[in-house]
Design a protein around this ligand. Structure first.
Ligand code: NAP
Length: 292
């Protein structure tokens, strides 16, 4: 059998950002509407700073309004919630994103609960999770939304496919499973208590790995011809003492069995910010009664 196609998420995300920029230009010209994203960062976590900077830059590049609120690590929960409230009622802001993790003295759940579901471009509020599960229009979490775009691009019709999602987090595994179900896949959600995980995964036409364990998914877990989406981002040591990024899938061996696979880096990762921009545009249109 020939080797798997390598799904180029970086190129796909670049095309998606161009499409979004074109839509933003139309919204500005025809409706006087500039979609706006506010990102809030509390503290100085180095990885979060990189993500927040990229989000701001890519929002501006798409012609959108971008604001970044950097708060000191000692900001109280009440102060943060007050800022979220202000952004909820700011007409220039259509998406509100608080970068996680927040410092330990702040409850992540309280922060999520404070975000207006209409501006919840991370799709994390109970309202949006419930809407997704109920088949109602929702803002859906960015990374699973990006995975669905890559899958549709690769496979076309997803109806009737057997999908196994490894991981059941609110951010990734659960919404991924709901999106696959909404696309008429037959979906299994696996997790750390799943018995005989390799046998479960071998049933799948579509495998989505969102675990956070380096190279856990092996070639002999994969049904020949399956499409493999690797969400994991893990840093492992190299021989020279530096580190490198790998996914949850043993890429080199799995690509000999799968029909298509996302690499890490350059697969799912770049889709996340592009989908954040897409969600902000969607939220802006819905908040202004503009049809999709
Ligand atoms: P998480 O909240 O830690 O969830 C991990 C899930 O994996 C849990 O449901 C856990 O099961 C399951 N799991 C752990 N060990 C397992 C094992 N040995 N066998 C089967 N299942 C196992 O992580 P997350 O936020 O969903 O993220 C998952 C990975 O995706 C991480 O590497 C993260 O960095 C990456 N990620 C990437 C992006 C991106 O932009 N590309 C976005 C989000 C996340 P239990 O529920 O039973 O504990």
């Amino acid at each position: 059998m020939s080797e798997a196609a390598i799904i180029d998420g970086k190129a796909f995300a670049a095309r998606l950002r161009q499409t979004i920029a074109a839509e933003v230009a139309v919204l500005k010209a025809e409706h006087g509407l500039t979609p706006g994203l506010a990102v809030v960062l509390v503290g100085e976590d180095p990885a979060s700073q990189v993500y927040v900077r990229s989000k701001g830059e890519q929002t501006l590049e798409a012609g959108m309004h971008s604001e970044t609120h950097r708060l000191p690590a000692e900001t109280s929960q009440a102060e943060l919630l007050a800022l979220v409230e202000r952004l909820n009622s700011d007409p220039a802001v259509h998406g509100v994103l608080v970068q996680f993790p927040v410092p330990d003295h702040i409850s992540q759940a309280a922060v999520v609960a404070a975000i207006s579901p209409d501006k919840d471009v991370d799709g994390l509020t109970v309202a949006n999770a419930g809407r997704l599960a109920s088949g109602l229009p929702a803002l859906t979490p960015c990374t699973p939304t990006g995975c669905m775009m890559l899958l549709r691009d690769q496979l076309g019709e997803l109806s009737g496919k057997r999908a196994v999602v490894i991981g059941r987090s609110n951010l990734m595994g659960k919404p991924m499973a709901q999106l696959l179900l909404a696309a008429d896949c037959t979906v299994t959600i696996a997790h750390s208590r799943t018995k005989d995980l390799p046998a479960v995964v071998r049933e799948a036409d579509i495998v989505v790995a969102a675990v956070g364990r380096a190279q856990m998914v092996k070639a002999d877990w994969i049904k020949p011809g399956a499409v493999v989406i690797d969400v994991g981002i893990n840093r492992i040591p190299k021989e020279d003492g530096k580190t490198r990024l790998v996914g949850d899938v043993a890429f080199d061996e799995v690509k000999a069995v799968a029909s298509a696979i996302t690499p890490v880096p350059g697969g799912v990762g770049p889709m996340t910010i592009a989908c954040l921009l897409a969600n902000t545009v969607l939220a802006a249109k819905r908040l202004n009664g503009i049809g999709e």
